[in-house]
Design a protein around this ligand. Sequence first.
Ligand SMILES: [Zn+2]
Ligand SMILES: [Zn+2]
Length: 197
Amino acid sequence: MKNIIKKSITTIIIMALALTLAMPVTAQAAKKKTPKISKTKVTMTITKKKTKPAVQLKVKNVSAKNVKWTTSNKKVATVSKNGKVVAKKKGNAVITVKVKGSKTLRCKVTVKDNRKPVTKPNPNPTPAPSPKPPVECEHNWVKKTVTKMVCECGEIFYDEDARTLHNRQFVLQGLGGHSFSTDEETYYECSKCHKTK
Ligand SMILES: [Zn+2]
Ligand SMILES: [Zn+2]
């Protein structure tokens, strides 16, 4: 009985030892097939003809379904789930590939733009001052009436206060007041330039 247990333990130890020894071999074999990105540095140039240059990235030694692509800057470069990188605008971005059960790989992307900067047309161009010819008023004559006070002495007043003042000076002198008659006087006034006729 004791011997059987002893033998079993020995077997386990041997088996464990064998596994340990086998490990580095397996690791070494795996190392040969380390996932590798096809490019670690990419430069793309946007031109007038090619506004969206693209680069196809790949990861070797790994099934495509086990990688996940991401970009650090979507505005500069996007990456599809298949590793296609498309340049968007001038700048830098890092494309990261997460490999299932392995290390993360990266590809530095530089996007250049050799298009000439577009000069935006001024949306509000200041209009050239056009010489304005003096505009002749197209008179719009409006009929107006005013009360005219005609004094017996011949003076004409349009203002009640002025007529009263005129009358008072004769009263104070004891000469007796001037009588007056009123009359409606019509005239025309332009509603635009206020010229009268
Ligand atoms: Zn007028
Ligand atoms: Zn008078």
